[in-house]
Design a protein around this ligand. Structure first.
Ligand SMILES: Cc1cc2nc3c(=O)[nH]c(=O)nc-3n(C[C@H](O)[C@H](O)[C@H](O)COP(=O)(O)O)c2cc1C
Length: 260
């Protein structure tokens, strides 16, 4: 395995950890806190062994591609807002997740401060338009670095429909929407995490089957790294076991449910 020689200057002003132990050395793994040198000073074309990385040792852009390649698939919040002056804004954010259900809350993160975040700060409101495969091109188009004051609804030829609880516009072409009120903003690294309560939900009938969202009818698009996207692929069911009903009294590995 290649180790990054000690003293070879960190990419972001940090001195790399001296190679006192190697990742392949099991004794190092058994002692949490034992420094393990980063195995590669930058992303190699091919990996000749396991990658071991202190994220501070790579350029931020390379860590971004690594993280967004590993943490996949990411759902996409297509966030619509209105500025205090009334200008509409629309931009995708894949640092997005649902984090609570009672009452429902979602989070998204802005890398730095962009028009979306500025508008959320000004108004305390936004709409998450959920992105089905039929909307992937206009969604991507609205990630263009339009100057502030440009209306992405108009540029993308999208239709506005009114929200019920917030003044932010909804994308009429989307099949589901979450109307959100800002609850908290937290600075995290170079990002700003927006925590919001979902105060109203819209779902079009075509997404609904047997009392629930039908994932295949919904057909969401998710983001991978860079310009790569994916749709759902195979959908399968896997029952969740209960200790009392399924696991207690069995041996290791015996009670693991199999997928349909
Ligand atoms: C699929 C996709 C996901 C994105 N996710 C994020 C994100 O999570 N955070 C972010 O700051 N920018 C993200 N971007 C980039 C923004 O959409 C882009 O910078 C946009 O121009 C911001 O617009 P605004 O200034 O109107 O808010 C993403 C872009 C795409 C295409």
């Amino acid at each position: 395995m290649t180790t990054w020689p000690a003293g070879q200057g960190g990419q972001r002003g940090r001195t790399p950890v001296r190679a006192t132990a190697y990742a392949s050395d099991d004794s190092a793994r058994q002692r949490p806190g034992t420094p393990v040198a980063s195995s590669h000073p930058e992303p190699p074309t091919e990996l000749d062994g396991p990658l071991e990385l202190d994220p501070g040792d790579w350029r931020a852009r390379d860590v971004y591609f690594l993280m967004t390649g590993l943490v996949i698939p990411r759902p996409i919040a297509w966030v619509s807002t209105r500025s205090a002056d009334g200008v509409r804004n629309l931009a995708p954010h894949s640092y997005f997740q649902a984090v609570s259900n009672d009452p429902p809350h979602v989070v998204f993160a802005s890398t730095g401060v962009k028009d979306t975040l500025r508008n959320v700060r000004e108004t305390g409101e936004f709409v998450v338009n959920l992105v089905s495969a039929d909307l992937v091109e206009p969604m991507n188009f609205t990630a263009t670095d339009f100057p502030p004051g440009e209306d992405e609804f108009t540029w993308a030829g999208l239709t506005e429909t009114a929200a019920h609880r917030v003044a932010a516009p909804r994308v009429a072409e989307a099949h589901a929407h979450l109307e959100c009120e800002l609850r908290q903003e937290v600075a995290v690294g170079n990002g700003n995490l927006v925590i919001a309560e979902v105060v109203h939900v819209h779902v079009a009938p075509d997404l609904w089957r047997e009392g629930r969202i039908d994932p295949e009818a919904y057909d969401p698009v998710c983001r991978l790294a860079g310009t790569s996207y994916a749709t759902l692929g195979e959908v399968f069911k896997l029952p969740r076991p209960s200790w009392e009903r399924d696991v207690r009294g069995t041996g290791p590995g015996e009670a693991i449910p199999r997928r349909d």
